[in-house]
Design a protein around this ligand. Structure first.
Ligand SMILES: N[C@@H](CCC(=O)N[C@@H](CS)C(=O)NCC(=O)O)C(=O)O
Length: 87
């Protein structure tokens, strides 16, 4: 059995951001859960800029693979590949 836990993936997002919604919908379809960080909160906004270098969401942190990325299309592809690799 494959178990995805909430701490494997962190997603910096804004609830109103359409690109974030696209990533959230894809993740839901794949059965992937995120540790969600709403950058409306100053502490997460600062963490995002420190990690990635710019204030843009969505931003994924994959702790298991040790990779982090911007761009919703890249994030969705990364999640699909990660899920496929575990099958
Ligand atoms: N090409 C990017 C576009 C991301 C984007 O435009 N994000 C906007 C929100 S929808 C953003 O981060 N704006 C700065 C902010 O919200 O602080 C993607 O597909 O992820």
């Amino acid at each position: 059995m494959v178990c995805y836990n909430a701490h494997m993936y962190t997603l910096f997002y804004r609830p109103t951001c359409p690109y974030c919604r696209k990533v959230l919908a894809a993740a839901q379809e794949l059965g992937i859960v995120f540790d969600l960080r709403d950058i409306g909160e100053e502490v997460y906004r600062a963490e995002l800029v420190e990690r990635g270098g710019k204030q843009q969401v969505p931003y994924l942190v994959d702790r298991e693979k040790g990779v982090e990325m911007y761009e919703s299309d890249d994030i969705v592809e990364h999640l699909k590949n990660a899920k496929a690799a575990l099958r």
